[in-house]
Design a protein around this ligand. Structure first.
Ligand SMILES: C[S@@+](CC[C@H](N)C(=O)[O-])C[C@H]1O[C@@H](n2cnc3c(N)ncnc32)[C@H](O)[C@@H]1O
Length: 270
């Protein structure tokens, strides 16, 4: 099993997945369309989370297409409060170790999964191998190093926000994640032999109390025990939670860097 800091068994998971879907799904759907998504395609959605994109893919590819949706802990996608298209198959599956078909999929998509995996380059190669020649890979990842504060009630608030977030990055790195993976994906996909690699980045403002701000709360709350063991005080955590609810506060969202590329039709073209 791989390590994943934000284990889906935790009670904060639902808030995280709702925030991700609400803030990023519209952009991700557009990137998947730009990758050429078409009826009758075979798709692999890795790291389903709440499962919204897998279900949407099922609607797009129609009855002649198929979508395999995987997650190491698929309980949230299983419990999603909407009908699942009949062509969508949900699997408990570890993308690091479990089997994948070779040269099979027209499209493989993963959002915010490889960032967390120490074996991300090996997983990237596995995803490329699972594509049919000419198949598309779309990877979407955060660059956590660029989230400028846009409005703060006071200077102390900026220091507090950055101090708590820095402690979170340290925990992610200890678990084998790469918080800057988003900026490395384009180069990694070219190095993996993909063609026509294109990156598009999305960011927006997240005011205090917004759905996006709730993502910060879910993330910090879930690892609060680790943060306090590393020196963040209970008072700092309480002030952090109050700050991200404050209407005078706003932060840039995590920039989601969406990179799409195509497996060459022939090995000679690589
Ligand atoms: C940050 S969430 C992103 C969820 C969804 N892709 C989204 O963007 O809304 C990461 C997801 O990847 C899953 N995950 C983590 N490690 C995994 C692994 N080794 N194989 C498959 N899924 C994994 C987690 O369980 C979680 O659902």
């Amino acid at each position: 099993m791989s390590r994943y800091l934000f284990d889906n068994a935790a009670r904060q998971t639902q808030a995280r997945l709702i925030a991700l879907e609400s803030c990023y799904d519209a952009f991700s759907r557009r990137q998947l369309e730009l990758a050429g998504l078409a009826e009758s395609w075979r798709c692999l959605e890795v790291g389903a989370g709440g499962g919204s994109l897998g279900d949407w893919l099922g609607e797009q590819v129609g009855a002649d297409g198929e979508v395999t949706v995987t997650d190491i802990e698929p309980r949230w996608a299983e419990a999603a409060p909407r009908p699942r298209p009949a062509n969508v198959r949900l699997l408990r599956h570890d993308i690091v170790h479990d089997p994948l078909p070779g040269q099979y999929y027209d499209l493989v998509h993963a959002r915010l999964v490889l960032l967390h995996l120490p074996q991300r380059l090996r997983v990237l190669q596995r995803l490329v191998t699972a594509l049919r020649p000419g198949g598309r890979l779309v990877l979407e990842e955060f660059d956590c190093s660029w989230i400028p504060l846009l409005a703060v009630p006071d200077e102390g608030a900026a220091d507090l926000f950055e101090h708590v977030l820095a402690a979170l990055w340290a925990q992610l790195e200890k678990a084998g994640a790469d918080p800057r993976w988003g900026r490395r994906v384009y180069g990694a996909m070219r190095a993996a032999g993909l063609e026509d690699v294109t990156a598009t980045t999305y960011a927006e403002s997240w005011p205090g109390g917004s759905t996006g701000a709730c993502l910060h709360r879910a993330n910090i709350e879930q690892v609060a025990g680790l943060l306090t063991a590393d020196g963040i005080t209970a008072d700092e955590l309480a002030r952090f939670y109050a700050l991200i609810q404050d209407p005078a506060f706003a932060v840039n969202s995590y920039p989601l860097i969406s990179v799409r590329g195509r497996r060459p039709e022939t090995e000679a073209a690589r």
